[in-house]
Design a protein around this ligand. Sequence first.
Ligand code: GAL
Length: 377
Amino acid sequence: MKSEIIVISLTATLAGSLTPLSASEPATQPALRTQFINHERWPDNNGVHINAHGGGVLFHDGTYYWFGEHKIAGEAGNIAHVGVRCFSSTDLYNWTDAGVALPVSEDPTSDIAKECIIERPKVIYNQQTKKFVMWFHLELKGQGYSAARTAVAVADQPTGPFKYLHSLRPNAGAWPLNVTEADQQPGPKNFLQRDFAGGQMARDMTLFLDDDGKAYHIASSEENETLHISELSEDYLSFTGRYIRVFPGKSHEAPAICKHNGRYWMLSSGCSGWAPNAARSAVADSMLGSWTELGNPCVGTNPHNNLGPDKTFGGQSTHIFQVAGQSKLLIAMFDIWSPEDAIDGRHIWLPITFTEDAFKIEWASEWKLPGTPQTSE
Ligand code: GAL
């Protein structure tokens, strides 16, 4: 299949659009979108900027579901006051607010008590159990980023309500498949060994569902220095204890994974908090195999902020998903964080172009999907 991405223009409205940030501001019914427009506010069906940050997209039964962090205004929005919000779409341009899929808890003793931190929620569907499974990065209320846990919730419907199950530091008591002798010895900076008994740290995360039905949890671990790729159980609700360490000491964050031509491709960032840094890429022949780092996949400049590849157009990766029926068309999603007014974080969605041994992501202010839906190969 030939996937021709039609880039409409590189000119952009430099100011943000008039789309309001919350339902309390007056909104006008938005015109139907026929293309992706990057960096500007992206109105939902109510004309309100889509409130789904650090998100991911699931395709199920003809509909796309976009899950993300619901942010509120101001710096207060950097912690969770509402929960995980969901939007649905059949064309990827126009999104309907489907409400809060996983609310924070009013019970102050709950892991997900209001004012905890919920980041980067991702949802996959389990064909065997017929359940929708959500994992997300969780930090406990009032503890900053010290808990470094991953958490799981489950639902019968894609839009929820999701039932919160539990949170954990994964792989307690298990060494990674690629562990070395030295990794198992105590040392001042040996976080793997330090956390062996209690479970490994898990911060920025994503999920990857392979076409054989196996699911993987990928997270920044070991004080954000090393990524861990872990196999999930058959019901996707727990860890099997089979995992690998990837790029030790290289501080990868914001991982996103896709499969193309039988190989696994990773997009990620460096580690600089809300401030953008250069994107990274990598490839492997199997998820728990050996990963090879490639270069920065980004090309071009975002005219809204004049930021190019060294700052990932001002964004940070969050997810890659395949357009339904188009096996070669993969879209990379990024967040332009706005920590001083968290609700105003902008979205960047760009197509991925593959060569034999690398991929690139080129800036486009506006672009369209290929017109005719094509059959998967
Ligand atoms: C980023 C991370 C975000 C959030 C932020 C907090 O590096 O990707 O998800 O955790 O740090 O500073």
